[in-house]
Design a protein around this ligand. Structure first.
Ligand SMILES: C[S@@+](CC[C@H](N)C(=O)[O-])C[C@H]1O[C@@H](n2cnc3c(N)ncnc32)[C@H](O)[C@@H]1O
Length: 272
């Protein structure tokens, strides 16, 4: 039977809390203009599906000052942290234990449905996107950060990170029944649902646009959270994975180094 949460251990690790913090600091400044494009009512209802520690839910509440935001996740430790950290935004911002496979939300409930950094980590992304569509109102928007592990580029050193990124996501995805290249597949899923205004935009997390230490903190958190699972699921051993990650971190920290993670933001509007 398919494990619907194959990254449960990594999601619950302390390194994920660091990762979500660093990712939000890296990505949010470039995400704001994408979110501002949507034609939303003056008091929009927003869903943050798979909200984690509420990094984006709270930023959405600040960006849309009259919005009501519901963040849902299945990890209670993340939900507890989100409630504690963002208590000042309650009750406009609230958090509930709900699965994105079966939301306890009525059809057509939200003006904007956001799902960031989730679809690559769970099986059947198309099923989840269909559920997100169900709870979004006609004329409302889906805003998906659909990661794609073919869109990371680092310089060569003793090791060649191209070998790592060529092997690891394919084998990790096969072992966990997840699509680690969902970034390029999401457009087709949205098109099959007959959504409109489908766009793929890119947030560029690179050593020019994002502080090197923020970018390095993301890769450090990946190293700490995922090296063991990479050793288990792929032919790259845990120590080798650590060595690859350490070289990528050094590449980012090198004042003359250049590295880039292209992050697809896939959006669409529901027909009226
Ligand atoms: C990488 S985190 C992203 C968190 C948040 N969206 C952000 O951008 O900071 C992925 C989250 O998806 C959650 N998740 C995994 N399966 C889920 C499910 N079936 N329903 C709801 N959340 C889920 C995990 O618990 C985790 O908090």
């Amino acid at each position: 039977m398919t494990n619907l949460n194959p990254q449960a251990k990594q999601m619950a690790d302390e390194s994920m809390v660091r990762n979500l913090d660093a990712q939000a600091r890296a990505i949010w400044p470039q995400e704001i203009p994408l979110l501002r494009r949507y034609l939303l009512p003056s008091e929009p209802r927003i869903l943050d599906a798979g909200c984690g520690t509420g990094e984006a839910s709270s930023r959405l509440a600040e960006l849309f000052a009259r919005a009501t935001i519901l963040g849902v996740d299945i990890l209670d430790s993340h939900l507890d942290l989100a409630r504690r950290r963002h208590a000042h935004l309650a009750p406009r911002l609230s958090f509930e234990h709900q699965s994105v496979y079966e939301l306890r939300c009525a059809d057509r409930s939200f003006d904007l449905t956001v799902c960031r950094h989730v679809l690559h980590s769970i099986p059947n992304a198309d099923r989840v996107i269909a559920e997100l569509r169900r709870v979004t109102r006609p004329g409302g928007y889906l805003h998906l950060i659909a990661e794609d592990y073919g869109m990371l580029h680092f310089q060569r050193g003793q090791l060649d990170p191209r070998d790592f990124w060529h092997l690891v996501p394919t084998q990790f995805g096969a072992a966990t029944q997840t699509d680690l290249f969902v970034g390029r597949d999401a457009l087709g899923i949205l098109a099959a649902m007959k959504l409109q205004q489908i766009q793929v935009d890119y947030i560029v997390v690179d050593t020019l646009r994002v502080p090197r230490e923020t970018f390095a903190a993301i890769i450090e958190a990946w190293r700490d959270g995922y090296a063991e699972a990479i050793g288990e699921y792929t032919e790259v051993r845990r120590e080798e994975a650590v060595a690859y990650f350490n070289q990528m971190i050094a590449n980012i920290r090198d004042p003359r180094g250049y590295a880039v993670w292209m992050v697809p933001v896939v959006s669409a509007r529901l027909p009226f």
